[in-house]
Design a binder for this molecule. Structure first.
Ligand code: MTE
Ligand code: MO
Length: 362
């Protein structure tokens, strides 16, 4: 009956778009710390490319001393690192925005936490030798097509994103070939993908074929038109690329419109994460934010990985509708904002998302 903390987990994903594959995890199936690969959301702009690992080459070029072309076997023979990182799509939670905005109507499940194994990108960049004036590293995938939104480029383009040079040189940025101890699945980027821990998912380029060192900020479609926001902190709005995931928490159980027995114990269960700070506190409200209580974490702090949390709730005795909220606080004492910032358009839905439930009459 009360399965909220037991981790019962029927497998399966929800289709948001059939082709290309855009599927989300039913977030009420949150269980273990590591999201099983078969439950991990898939977000692809174009059909999954079929890449032959024998013919496959990864090019490292641009403003480097010595351009490299590496085979899959060569990459796999290099020193590797394994780390856990949470990936969240910048549009996760979009269905909660009122009025509705265009784009895949993600509920809570365009987020997951996996263990990634691969070669630190810094190792490859050190081998290639970055020119002094390199400011960014562009990551390009093998998938190509016409983007959906205006302004459209003159012809098909490959999916590409950049990260700042300093970030690219951090040892936790991986050219990954394994997810949860197995070779990447085709939808998750086989044979190789980037993993940029702490950044929204769009930075973790799948089917990675080109790494390009640039001396100018990259102006690609998914860096400027899409996955960008308006920064008006200087008084004049400036378009900037999305980067670090914002502090956020989500309730996995109960589910939206779940009906609960009155005056019973119920384990409210969820997860919280952040891109550039550690999550240190979790607060829960059962009255739409009028009052808050502290929940407890089930996972220790582990930079760039989420922390699952719970709160042992006694459901109200009064029947009716209740709005549950969860709000995380970071090590820097920041908390989630009250509402969505329109400067982020249809992205960065980082305010506490209301989960409405019903308490039945006795
Ligand atoms: N990489 C390529 N080549 N093509 C893509 O469409 N989508 C990005 C990113 N990497 C994408 C990509 C986005 S928007 C997200 S949220 C993550 O991949 C999703 O990774 P996943 O499908 O493994 O969950
Ligand atoms: Mo995304």
């Amino acid at each position: 009956d009360n399965w909220s903390c037991t981790g019962v987990r029927p497998a399966g994903l929800i289709i948001r778009q059939k082709d290309p594959n855009n599927l989300e995890m039913p977030f009420d199936q949150l269980g273990e710390f590591i999201t099983p690969t078969e439950l991990f959301y898939i977000r692809s702009h174009f059909p999954t490319p079929e890449l032959d690992p024998v013919a496959y080459r990864l090019s490292i070029g641009g403003a480097v001393g010595k351009a490299l072309r590496l085979s899959y076997a060569e990459i796999r023979a290099m020193p590797s690192r394994t780390r856990v990182a949470t990936l969240e799509c910048a549009g996760n939670g979009r269905v909660f925005l009122v009025p509705p905005v265009p784009g895949a109507q993600w509920e809570l499940g365009a987020v997951g936490n996996a263990e990634w194994t691969g070669v630190p990108l810094s190792l490859l960049l050190e081998r290639a030798g970055l020119a002094d004036d390199v400011c960014e590293i562009v990551l390009e995938g093998a998938d190509r097509g016409m983007p959906k939104e205006e302004p459209k480029p003159p012809g098909p383009i490959s999916y590409a994103r950049s990260i700042p040079r300093a970030r690219a040189m951090e040892s936790d940025v991986l050219i990954a070939y394994q997810m949860n101890g197995r070779d990447l699945t085709p939808d998750h980027g086989y044979p190789l993908r980037a993993i940029v821990p702490g950044h929204y998912g769009m930075a973790s380029v799948k089917w990675l074929t080109n790494v390009v060192a640039t001396t100018q900020p990259f102006q690609g479609y998914w860096q400027t038109s899409d996955y960008g926001y308006w920064d008006d902190s200087a008084g004049v709005p400036v378009r900037r690329p999305l980067a670090e995931m914002k502090l956020k928490s989500q309730i996995a159980r109960p589910r939206v419109y779940e009906t609960l027995e009155p005056n019973r114990s119920y384990c409210i269960f969820g997860a919280a994460w952040a891109g550039d700070t550690d999550v240190t506190e979790i607060s829960i409200s059962d009255d739409g934010g009028a009052s808050w209580v502290q929940g407890e974490f089930l996972d220790p702090i582990n930079r760039h990985a989420w922390r699952r949390w719970k709160y042992d709730w006694i459901t109200p005795t009064q029947p009716g509708r209740y709005t549950l909220l969860a709000r995380a606080t970071g090590a820097d004492q920041r908390t989630q904002p009250d509402g969505h910032d329109p400067n982020f358009g249809s992205y960065v839905i980082d305010h506490p998302l209301p989960i409405e439930v019903f308490v039945a009459a006795l």
